[in-house]
Write a protein that binds this ligand. Structure first.
Ligand SMILES: Nc1ncnc2c1ncn2[C@@H]1O[C@H](COP(=O)(O)OP(=O)(O)OP(=O)(O)O)[C@@H](O)[C@H]1O
Ligand SMILES: [Mg+2]
Length: 272
């Protein structure tokens, strides 16, 4: 039997308030009641930065990705696993059978080699330290859970083949998983209405973009910060055969459902 699998990513800001998390959980629950199978991946960017500052560490991001040393990784893992419990609890309250797990229980990751990126329209060399990307997915583990009616809730800490832990951007983790499970849609829930031509103007949202247009927007600096790994992740998912990739605003009521069930687009859809 073919399952209708959706990979849904909850952004750190989008789930920061308890009310927002509850509302998104209710929406995920409704999607599941409508015969969808959901794999949830969540971030925790703002909380990780806040906790680092509390401990006297200096959060640093380059091209939207967190530069990660041993102590940053320890904070990220602690904060994300604690948030993971909140997400699972919130889904449970919405009558979803959910099980929380770190990304390394269902993926294999690899440390990202230093690479060239464009930030604010300039080319830079980036060495992120203990940051990785997904190279393989334990498809059967995830599909078995889905078949049993269980929703996996994944936080983005990975491991490489030697068992070393790696910090993975949540969008990267979500797209890697989406690529590995034959899902029909990847939904990135974030804190902006979609891709904006002017970050300060929500009305400048674009409904639809091709990968070529995305590349141009990165090159000219329109897409920056956390939006860079997000569109990179969308690109990887599309190339791996994921049917639809969209970004929606988690602060909007019914952000998941208006798009998916009613097919009323309100975010940005990226196409090949
Ligand atoms: N052109 C753009 N359009 C929209 N947002 C943009 C653009 N350029 C940069 N951004 C920034 O990208 C941010 C979203 O990425 P960010 O990584 O901060 O959040 P997230 O991925 O939803 O959460 P998390 O990283 O915690 O999982 C927006 O809040 C916005 O500030
Ligand atoms: Mg992000």
């Amino acid at each position: 039997m073919k399952m209708n699998i959706y990979v849904v990513k909850f952004g750190g800001n989008a789930i920061r308030g308890k009310d927002d998390l509850m509302r998104l959980s209710r929406e995920a629950a409704e999607l599941i009641r409508n015969d969808a199978k959901v794999i949830l991946v969540h971030g925790g960017g703002p909380e990780i930065s806040a906790e680092m500052e509390k401990r006297g560490l200096n959060p640093k991001k380059v091209a939207g990705l967190r530069v990660t040393d041993e102590s940053t990784l320890a904070v990220a893992e602690e904060v994300l696993s604690s948030l993971n419990k909140d997400v699972v609890d919130s889904l449970t309250e919405s009558s979803v059978t959910a099980v929380g797990m770190p990304g390394y229980l269902c993926t294999l990751c690899k440390r990202k080699d230093p690479y060239t990126a464009t930030e604010d329209g300039k080319e830079i060399t980036v060495d992120l330290g203990l940051v990785g990307e997904v190279i393989d997915v334990n498809r059967d583990t995830l599909l078995d859970l889905l078949k049993e009616g269980v929703t996996p809730v994944i936080y983005p800490i990975g491991k490489d083949e030697n068992g070393n832990r790696l910090n993975i951007n949540a969008d990267t983790m979500a797209a890697g998983i989406a690529a590995g499970v034959d899902c029909i849609e990847l939904i990135m829930i974030t804190d902006v209405p979609g891709i904006l031509l002017d970050v300060k103007d929500p009305a400048s949202k674009v409904d639809k973009l091709t990968l070529k247009e995305v590349n141009n927007l990165i090159a000219d600096g329109t897409i920056s910060g956390g939006m860079i790994p997000k569109v990179d992740a969308c690109r990887d998912a599309l190339k791996a055969g994921v049917g639809t990739v969209r970004m929606v605003n988690g602060k909007d009521p019914r952000s998941i459902l208006t798009d998916v069930i009613k097919n009323v687009p309100h975010g940005t859809i990226i196409t090949m």
